[in-house]
Design a protein around this ligand. Structure first.
Ligand code: SAH
Length: 254
C-alpha cells in the first residue's frame, strides 16, 4: 500500500467543520491528500478549528471546481454511499474495499469519493466509480456523519497498511498500465457517438445503455493498450458509416 497515491475527495461539502474533521481523521490514520470539489463554505475558521493538529492536511488540500478535475489522473475510483444499493454496481463493505484500495495504491492513483451531507453522491457521480463502498450500519439509520465515514475508511486503510505490498496487487501482475479516468471518459464519449452513428443508440430514448456499458468496462478495468484498440475500432466503424453515407448521397451508379 502507498498512502501517497490515495486521495480523499469531498464533493460539495456544506459544513466547513466537516472538512476540518476529515483532515483530522485522515492525519490520524496516515493519509495526507485531500481534494475539495466546490466546497460551499471554504476556507473557514471552523474548518481550521476542527482540524486541530491536522492543519497541514487542510493547508495542502487542493480545491477544484469539478469532480472530473479531481480524478482525471486516477486509475481506480471508489464511491462511498450510505444506501446499500442506490444503483446496481459492484459493492463492498469498508474492510473488503480497503483491501482493494490498498492493493491498487501500490502502483495506481486512487480516489475515494465522499458525498454531500444532505444527499450524498449523485447517480452520475457514482457511475464514474469502479467500485462502491458501503459502511454497514443499523438498518434504522444508515447515514453517518461525513467525517466519521472518512474516519472508518481511513482506519480500515491503516489496518491494511501493515500488509505491505500485497501479492494480490492487480497492477503488479499486469504488463500495461490501467487506463486513467480521463481516457475512460473520452472513450465513453467516443463510444456513445459511434453507437449513435450506427443507430444502435437512439439519443431520444437512450434507456440505460451507457450506464450498463460503463458498468461493464469499469468491472473489467481496461489497460491503456486495450483502450487504444477499442478506440481504433470505433474510429474505423465511424469511417465505414461515413463512407456509406457518402455513397448514398452520390446515388447508386453515377
Ligand atoms: N443522505 C445521504 C447521506 C450523506 S452522508 C445519502 O443518503 O446518501 C455524507 C457522506 O458520508 C456520504 O455521501 C458518504 O460519502 C458518506 N457516508 C455516510 N454514511 C455512509 C455509509 N453508511 N457508508 C458509506 N459512506 C457513508
Amino acid at each position: 500500500m502507498n498512502p501517497d497515491n490515495i486521495r480523499i475527495v469531498l464533493v460539495n461539502t456544506s459544513h466547513p467543520g466537516n472538512i476540518g474533521g476529515v483532515a483530522r481523521a485522515m492525519k490520524n490514520m496516515g493519509l495526507e491528500r485531500l481534494v475539495l470539489v466546490a466546497p460551499k463554505d471554504y476556507p473557514s475558521e471552523q474548518a481550521n478549528w476542527r482540524a486541530v493538529s491536522a492543519i497541514d492536511v487542510l493547508k495542502s488540500a487542493v480545491v477544484v471546481p469539478t469532480l472530473d478535475e479531481a480524478i482525471q489522473d486516477c486509475q481506480f475510483v471508489v464511491g462511498t454511499s450510505a444506501r446499500e444499493r442506490r444503483i446496481p454496481w459492484p459493492l463492498l463493505d469498508a474492510r473488503s474495499c480497503a483491501e482493494r484500495i490498498a492493493s491498487a495504491s501500490s502502483s495506481e492513483q486512487v480516489a475515494v469519493l465522499f458525498g454531500r451531507e444532505d444527499r450524498g453522491l449523485t447517480n452520475d457521480e457514482l457511475k464514474v466509480c469502479n467500485l462502491h463502498l458501503n459502511i454497514p450500519t443499523a438498518e434504522a439509520y444508515s447515514s453517518l456523519n461525513l467525517a466519521m465515514a472518512v474516519q472508518i475508511v481511513a482506519y480500515e486503510l491503516k489496518m491494511q497498511s501493515a500488509a505491505t505490498d500485497s501479492p494480490t496487487d492487480a497492477q503488479e501482475q499486469w504488463d500495461t498500465p490501467f487506463a486513467s479516468m480521463e481516457n475512460m471518459e473520452r472513450f465513453y464519449v467516443h463510444l456513445e457517438e459511434t453507437l449513435t452513428d450506427i443507430e444502435f443508440l437512439d439519443p431520444t430514448a437512450p434507456r440505460q445503455l451507457m450506464s450498463r456499458l460503463r458498468r461493464l468496462y469499469s468491472r473489467v478495468r481496461l489497460d491503456e493498450m486495450e483502450l487504444n484498440i477499442l478506440r481504433g475500432i470505433l474510429t474505423e466503424t465511424q469511417k465505414w458509416v461515413q463512407r456509406g453515407q457518402d455513397q448514398e448521397s452520390d446515388g447508386p451508379y453515377t
